[in-house]
Design a binder for this molecule. Structure first.
Ligand SMILES: NC(=O)C1=CN([C@@H]2O[C@H](COP(=O)(O)OP(=O)(O)OC[C@H]3O[C@@H](n4cnc5c(N)ncnc54)[C@H](OP(=O)(O)O)[C@@H]3O)[C@@H](O)[C@H]2O)C=CC1
Ligand SMILES: O=CC(=O)O
Length: 325
């Protein structure tokens, strides 16, 4: 009999078939408040779990006594209780690399859209406001030759630095725990303390994962250290930025604008003040959302689960130290 797995995200047909060759699949559309009891029921027999979104915490794991492998269709894994998975010796697999270039494109799109006010002016054109030669009230600010600060110089940070350096002749500053020689040698990036990065950057791009250490890395105090002409880009995880403090900074002119792909609450609530600020470009967490990349992520996650359950993990494991030799 094939091992049973729980799938909680719809997959392309061919990838579903690839999984079906190895496993008997119980499928759900996400893990929600409503379907939680049914998911818990299916988890009693499940040896594998694959999907994205929804918390995979101790409560859920307590309903999954036979679980041997978990695969998320994402690179970020902040909604997984990694300590609890590790304690139970369950490998957690994720999808780094396959989405890196696409997410870096999204971040660059946010840089350009906020600086050049692309969304705002396009809306004005559609509203019929372009009735004569445009004046300064339609102008944006330059991106090329400015200074771009990257907070979190990992895979995506490196791909962003490449775009900024070669595409836009920008000076790149970065803040991370370790030194990133590749970024320094290839893109002239300079490592600096957070305060220095905030004070010198025209664009501050936050690409940190969400952890206990990174929660609210950018708050009132940090925003006050930025140039009043600076633009903040948030594309790691929403809670890395104190959204209340950011809203106040945007309203009071402490900083010039913000481009955001991630938020403290997602989907962004309809009454969020961010939605009525003209100097905010808000995207619905589309960092990796192209057809090609989302397919690549799903394929990677399927292969990751097969590897985890057949004992053949070579890469993409968040807690590799638990793997049996
Ligand atoms: N908007 C979207 O759709 C997407 C968002 N993401 C988010 O982007 C994040 C980054 O992805 P990726 O680049 O692949 O991840 P990486 O793990 O390659 O990079 C993370 C970087 O963050 C740094 N970092 C982590 N913790 C700290 C800390 N406490 N203080 C300072 N720096 C820290 C790391 O520093 P060091 O190098 O020193 O270890 C590293 O440079 C993901 O975790 C995810 O949350 C990812 C994909 C899509
Ligand atoms: O936010 C997306 C991810 O892959 O992480």
């Amino acid at each position: 009999m094939k091992p049973s797995i729980v799938l909680y995200k719809k997959l392309p047909a061919d990838l579903h078939q690839r999984l079906e060759k190895h496993f008997s699949i119980v499928e759900f559309e996400g893990i929600t408040e409503e379907n939680r009891p049914k998911v818990f029921d299916a988890l009693q027999q499940a040896e594998g779990l694959i999907g994205s979104g929804g918390a995979v915490n101790k409560e859920l794991l307590d309903h999954a006594p036979r679980l041997r492998g978990v695969s998320t269709i994402s690179v970020g894994y902040d909604n997984f209780d990694v300590d609890e998975l590790t304690r139970r010796e369950i490998p957690l697999m994720h999808t780094p690399t396959v989405l890196t270039e696409t997410v870096a494109d999204t971040v660059m799109a946010l840089v350009l859209a906020t600086a050049r006010r692309v969304v705002n002016v396009a809306e004005r054109v559609k509203a019929g406001e372009w009735t004569s030669n445009i004046g300064a009230d339609w102008f944006g600010v330059d991106v090329h030759h400015k200074t771009l600060g990257i907070i979190g110089m990992g895979r995506i940070g490196l791909a962003l630095a490449q775009r900024a350096h070669f595409g836009f002749d920008m000076q790149v500053l970065y803040n991370a725990r370790s030194q990133h020689k590749a970024a320094e040698e290839r893109f002239g990036a300079k490592k600096c303390e957070l305060d220095e990065l905030l004070a010198k950057s025209d664009f501050v791009c936050v690409l940190l994962p969400l952890t206990n250490q990174t929660f609210h890395t950018i708050g009132k105090e940090q925003l006050a250290k930025m140039k009043s002409s600076a633009i903040l880009i948030s594309a790691g995880r929403g809670p890395v930025i104190d959204e209340k403090a950011l809203i106040a900074a945007l309203q009071e002119g402490t900083i010039h604008a913000a481009g955001m792909d991630v938020f403290e609450t997602e989907p962004l609530p309809k009454n969020s003040p961010l939605l009525s600020l003209p100097n905010v470009v808000a995207l619905p967490h589309i960092g990796s959302a192209t057809h090609e990349t989302r397919y690549g992520m799903a394929a990677c996650a399927v292969d990751n689960l097969i590897a985890a359950l057949t004992g053949e993990v070579k890469e993409n494991c968040v807690n590799p130290h638990i793997l049996k030799k």
